[in-house]
Design a protein around this ligand. Structure first.
Ligand code: NAI
Ligand code: MG
Length: 490
């Protein structure tokens, strides 16, 4: 970071400003030393009295202790959700909508606090939690609040009935946002829920529990239980749930699918990805460079739809690579709470180890690794923005989801070759196409086997648009009108 700081100081000097890092203050941000389980509208201690640490990945210090729910706690939560179900279903749909609007507004009111806690607990830059995660979480509640009393219009001529209790398991890359993606449509359709956040990022879900309590949602309609994989497993296997909604690794997604086979429980799975971001010779190159940067370095690359494979047309490879490297050198890696930070901390020690291992794999496979010239803090889990050239389609770093700030770069000559390479993956979640020709956008995107494809932009999200994948990226859609389907029987 020394070089960037020097550049910033020079800039400041030339303009007569003084340079100062701009860390967000944590004054008035309350993180309790210990959090219990949110069951039936109350925070209750876990039956076996076990807690796990939640760590700040930017400094490896403990932030709080979070309860571990065992099978007996999962059972309590599911029973609370079952008991709350009848009353919640009987409530006038417009009244259900009002609760969702209330939650949405309180998420906005407490936006600063939530953004800071999200960045402390998960390592993402405050600019992203403040401008993306928290506003989008509120937007999801607003959006589905609107549907609550309009289901007859969503399913014309059909009778849309709630499923009952939804068991929801979410990952650590967008903690509060994923909670919103799961809870809002479920409640709008008249279901009750038991949600389990990821073990490294439980805190904003527990803040959401406080918000839900403050909004006086009837007890048991939303239950939030913390714990790791075995808690998730107990939830999936509980006979009292009617639906599982899971976002996470393909490996766990497959295990859940097996566990649910023959049970009659409905499920949606949003799993991994290895998206191709395709840049044609006729693309606006500077915009494409911004899109590549955003595609792979947004949220440290912990994004299931990240543009982690760059496919660039041969004629512009050299100029594009030169521009990309220059742009990478301007990225500031460091304190997630600093408003200037572009890339924060890797979410956990495990993920840090996994990414470092992939860097070794890439080098051993003969890839040519380049990292930006930034410096990184010596405490905490940080990885410099990384690109690999000279990789083969069969390279593991081209085929496997790394879930970090690591981009593999390949070239192509014709659109057909680009499409073939893009589709040559077990995943099918997302993709990007950069070209000046509208016709080419339609021709290429029509042939990409992926659920979400952006043209001349990347990583844009909106509650009105459906999201989900093909193949090993999962099944079912979340968001938009499609997102309602997952929570009703017709
Ligand atoms: P994971 O799939 O183990 O964790 C996701 C959630 O599932 C967490 O809440 C976890 O506690 C829960 N879980 C774990 N095992 C379970 C089980 N057997 N039954 C029910 N729930 C279970 O993902 P992990 O290990 O944190 O990350 C590993 C890799 O997975 C990442 O490196 C990344 O490649 C991928 N991943 C993809 C995500 C996506 O959004 N598509 C999100 C998180 C991880
Ligand atoms: Mg944490």
């Amino acid at each position: 970071m020394a070089k960037q700081k020097a550049a910033a100081i020079n800039l400041a000097f030339n303009h007569g400003w003084t340079y100062a890092p701009a860390p967000e203050s944590t004054d008035h941000i309350e993180i309790k030393s210990q959090y219990d389980l949110f069951i039936n509208g109350k925070f209750v201690a876990p039956t076996q009295g076990q807690y796990m640490d939640s760590i700040n990945p930017a400094n490896e210090k403990k932030l709080s202790s979070v309860a571990i729910a065992q099978t007996a706690d999962v059972d309590k939560a599911v029973k609370a959700a079952q008991q709350a179900s009848t009353g919640w279903q009987k409530l006038k749909p417009s009244e259900r909508g009002k609760y969702l609007f209330r939650i949405a507004r309180m998420l906005q009111e407490r936006g600063r606090e939530l953004a800071i806690i999200e960045s402390l607990d998960g390592g993402k830059p405050i600019r992203e939690s403040r401008d993306v995660d928290i506003p989008l979480a509120a937007a999801h509640f607003f959006y589905y609040a609107g549907w609550a009393d309009k289901l007859a219009y969503a399913f014309p001529g059909r009778d849309a009935q709630p499923l009952g209790v939804a068991g929801q398991i979410i990952p650590w890359n967008f903690p509060l946002l994923m909670a919103a993606w799961k809870i809002a449509p479920a409640l709008a359709c008249g279901n009750t829920v038991v949600l389990k956040p990821a073990e490294t990022t439980s805190l904003t879900a527990l803040k959401l529990a406080e918000i839900i309590q403050a909004c006086e949602l009837p007890p048991g309609v939303v239950n939030i239980i913390t714990g790791a994989g075995s808690t998730g497993q107990a939830l999936v296997n509980h006979a009292g749930i009617n639906k599982v909604a899971f976002t996470g690794s393909t490996q766990v997604g497959k295990a859940i699918q097996k566990a649910l086979a023959g049970t009659g429980k409905k499920y949606t799975l949003e799993l991994g990805g290895k998206a191709a971001n395709i840049v044609f010779e006729d693309a606006a190159i500077d915009q494409a460079v911004e899109g590549i940067i955003n595609g792979i370095f947004f949220n440290q690359g912990h994004v299931c739809c990240a543009g982690s494979r760059l496919l660039v047309q041969e004629g512009i490879k050299d100029v594009l690579l030169k521009k990309l490297k220059l742009r990478m050198d301007t990225l500031i890696v460091g304190d997630p709470l600093d408003k200037n930070t572009d890339i924060g901390a890797i979410n956990s020690k495990e993920q840090f180890g996994k990414i470092k291992n992939y860097l070794r794999i890439g080098i051993n496979e003969g890839g040519n690794m380049h990292q930006s010239n930034c410096t990184i803090p010596n405490k905490g889990y940080f990885i410099k923005p990384t690109i690999f050239t000279d990789v083969a389609q069969s390279s593991r770093i081209v085929q496997e989801e790394i879930f970090g700030p690591v981009l593999s770069i390949q070239t192509f000559r014709t659109p057909e070759e680009a499409i073939e390479k893009a589709n040559n993956t077990p995943y099918g979640l997302s993709g990007g196409v950069w070209t000046d020709k509208g016709a080419k956008v339609f021709k290429v995107t029509g042939k990409l086997k992926a659920g979400v494809i952006w043209a001349n932009t990347y990583n844009k999200f909106d509650p009105t648009s459906p999201f989900g994948g093909y193949k090993e990226s999962g099944m079912g859609r979340e968001g938009g009108l499609h997102g309602l389907h997952a929570y009703v029987k017709l």
